[in-house]
Every structure is written in C-alpha cells, then in structure tokens.
Ligand binder design. Sequence first.
Ligand code: FE2
Length: 279
Amino acid sequence: MSSKEPVDPFRRQVPTAEDLDDFHRDGYIAFYDAMTDAYREALIEEVLSADPVRSFLDLSDEERSRLDSPTRHFVRPWNDRGPLSDALIDAPLITALLRETVGPDVHFCHSSMNLALRGAERGEFHQDHHHWNHHNPINIAERDRYYIQVLYYPNGFARGDRSLVTIPGSHLVAPTPDITPAGLLSGEFDEQAGRKLQAVDLELPPGSFIYLNARMFHGIQAKPIDSPQAFRIFLIDIFKEEGPPHRFTQEIPRDWLERATPARCKLYEREPFTETCWS
Ligand SMILES: [Fe+2]
C-alpha cells in the first residue's frame, strides 16, 4: 500500500442506524474487523517501524525489566505517527460517526498509543471524560459536551487477554462524586441507567475499533504471562466538541499540518491545553 495515495482504512464508510442506537444505548459501538486487510497490515508495519517502538521491542527481557513500565509502551501525545495512522483521523467512517453523534463542530483533541506485553497488569474501571471524572481537574461549563475516544486494535485481542471490559449504559449515570465501579455493578444505579448495569468482557478480531462516549466506564484485563499474542497494539484518537481545550488537548506538530488535507486541518484548529486555559 503506497502511503502517497489517499487511503480509506475501512471496509465501510457510514454507520448504520443500529450502530447509532448502540452508541446512545450502550455508550459505544464495536466495529469488528473494520479495517481492510491491506490497510491493517500496512498500519501495523508503520506503527512497529517507528524508532521508539522498535527500540522498546528490541530490548532483551533483562533490559526491559529495568524500565519503570516493563510491560507497557505508552505514548501521549503520540506525535510520531505516519501517514497511514493519520488517515484514521478523517476517514469517511470516522467523519460520518462524528457528524451523526456529536454534530458538525468537532475538533481533534489528542492521540496516544500503547503496546501491552505479556504480564501487563489490569486497568481498573474508569471514565475518560475529564469533566465527568472527579479525579481530574474539571471544567463544569464543558461537562455536557461530547468527548469521544476511538480505540483501534490493529492486531485485536482475545477475551481475558488485555481485553477491553465495558459497562454498557454507564454513561447515563449522573456524575456524582460518590459513584464507584463497585456501586455501578451492585445494582445501585440500575434505575438511573434504565437497565441492569453489568460488565461485558469483549473479544475483538484484528482490525477492529470501538467508538466510545468517554463517559462510559471501562477497564482492561491483564495480559497473561502465557498469552499466545506477544503484544497487543492499541491506538487512540480523541475528539471533542468545539470549545476550550480538555486536559490533554495537544499541540499539533508542524509535520502533521504540512501533510493534512484542508478538512483535517479544520479538526486541528483549536487551542492546546495549558494550565491557565480555563481561567
Ligand atoms: Fe480509558
């Protein structure tokens, strides 16, 4: 796949009515095996060929054990991305999803990437909408505006092997400070959500992605030491409604702007986060 040609990563270009129902009811949509085979293979090659990733994977077990985080390579903001991963940002399917769920006034917030190796620990249930989560600095004026995460899994994951665990419907529970995942799963908030809240441990084939309202609680399973998959690749693009920055809204690197289409440039036309940006 030549990186000089415009690329459409996905087999589909628009969401269905059922997809949009899933988003509003569950707080996310799962797109299984959504990438074309050629794109998925080329994307994996692009991601793994970046120098910091190669350096991390090339370490011996002994060298890696001396790192602060020996089983995870996490980068935020993920600036070292290439043209194939860039193509995700304004792919027709993503553009249509943002238009149908958030509306026309959407900005790119930031991106990150994460490799998880065997032995990576589980991640607790959490929400990522910064103004919904009381553990973060919050800007109440922005609380009801959408914050969307698109979670890409180019090499997929099996259930119980660094799998994503969701609590469908938990985005409908009000953001009171005393809400806890244990409380959510004990039935305490079922009436408010209008359903039985329970955890769903997902399994996604390679090339899948999750389009997520970041108010929904989710967690991550550990990666077993004997997992048949050496590492799980996880790429995240985050979008926000037009308005002030969120906590991680990133500076856009000059080389991103140089290779962006006019439509993608428009997604980048917002201010990055600074300590004083809400005052
Ligand atoms: Fe998260």
